[in-house]
Design a protein around this ligand. Structure first.
Ligand SMILES: Cc1cc2nc3c(=O)[nH]c(=O)nc-3n(C[C@H](O)[C@H](O)[C@H](O)COP(=O)(O)O)c2cc1C
Length: 322
């Protein structure tokens, strides 16, 4: 068993956190990860109250162990944090923006505050806000994020985070990645793309199958899906998705897409509703190379934890007496 400050904080069997993937990490997936000994997170995304109500009720009904909920900080609307806190999560994770306006309400509710950051300045800000855990998210990851690579970012964030435990995210999908994160000094790993291709994840089977079939080279960071959906992300954030025909059509023509959004958006939303992933996006990271089938989340947590233990034992065997 691997014991770290993260596993101690939440009573976990494995230092594995589910990425709060908006619209993908619903209550069923979060509960499956938590019940398997990881930390399940509901992906509250942009904060749709009806969706959150449904998924928080599910996780509450199904999870027997600690779980949390993630929100996109810059998009938190009136009443959304209060709605999330009423479900009594053990942790709230804030990503993409200054967490300080929300920190005191989260802590007053008895929740741990987890902040996902994309650079060292973000880690300093999260620490000042009173983060209990800081997630250092590298650019290899699926979905929205920044420009820094996980390998150098994680130790730099650890150096800036003092005694606050750091979790690595971006580019981790198996026990080798988890062990590497621990070797960098992290207290655990947060995985998104790997859990997207799980049975309990929300989202189309076809999207999951595309992840299984894809290679890392076919992922690309882009703004076009935010432009067409009308999401005004702050500067510096892009999303990593599987390359598709819609990206081929609009990459390099972002301004034109913004001008034509009124006509292109309805087509886009219709395609998304039909599960047409030549048009709609599948957010996914470079780890798609390591994903060969859709599995149950519980098996994933147990398998990744066991493989990390083996890797750490092997690492110990590399040492020789001179
Ligand atoms: C489909 C998908 C949706 C995501 N949505 C969110 C989100 O709403 N909020 C968030 O903080 N992170 C989101 N992320 C990022 C994850 O929290 C995490 O940082 C990332 O997946 C880690 O990299 P990996 O995909 O290589 O595991 C998303 C990732 C994916 C793949």
């Amino acid at each position: 068993m691997i014991a770290t400050a993260l596993t101690d904080m939440f009573g976990l069997d494995h230092p594995i956190v589910l990425g709060p993937m908006g619209g993908v990490a619903g209550g069923r997936l979060a509960a499956a990860v938590s019940n398997a000994g990881g930390l399940g997170m509901v992906g509250g995304g942009y904060g749709d109250p009806d969706w959150l109500d449904t998924e928080l009720a599910l996780v509450k009904a199904q999870a027997k162990r600690p779980w949390g909920v993630g929100l996109i900080t810059w998009a938190i609307g009136d009443g959304i944090l209060e709605l999330a806190l009423r479900a009594k999560p053990h942790a709230v994770m804030l990503s993409f923006g200054d967490p300080s306006p929300y920190a005191s309400a989260i802590k007053a509710a008895g929740c741990k505050l987890i902040c996902q950051v994309q650079d060292v300045a973000g880690a300093v800000q999260a620490r000042k806000a009173g983060a209990d855990v800081i997630v250092a998210q590298g650019t290899e990851g699926g979905g929205h994020g920044g420009a820094r690579g996980t390998m150098p970012l994680v130790p730099a964030v650890i150096d800036a985070s003092g005694s606050v435990p750091v979790v690595a995210a971006g580019g981790i999908a198996d026990g080798r990645g988890l062990a590497a994160a621990l070797m960098l000094g992290a207290h655990g790993a947060l995985l998104g793309t790997r859990f997207y291709a799980s049975r309990e994840a929300l989202g189309h089977d076809q999207a999951k199958q595309r992840i299984v079939n894809a290679e890392g080279e076919q992922t690309q960071r882009t703004r076009i899906f935010d432009i067409v959906r009308g999401y005004d992300w702050p500067n510096g954030y892009t999303g990593r998705a599987l390359h598709n025909a819609f990206m081929s059509r609009w990459t390099g023509r972002e301004d034109e897409l913004a001008e034509q959004a009124a006509t292109v958006s309805p087509e886009f939303w219709a395609a998304a509703g039909d599960g047409d992933y030549d048009t709609a996006m599948v957010w996914a990271g470079e780890v798609v190379d390591l994903i060969h089938k859709v599995e149950s989340a519980g098996d994933l947590v147990a398998g990744i934890g066991a493989q990390a233990e083996e890797q750490l034992q092997r690492a110990g065997q590399l040492l020789r007496k001179p």
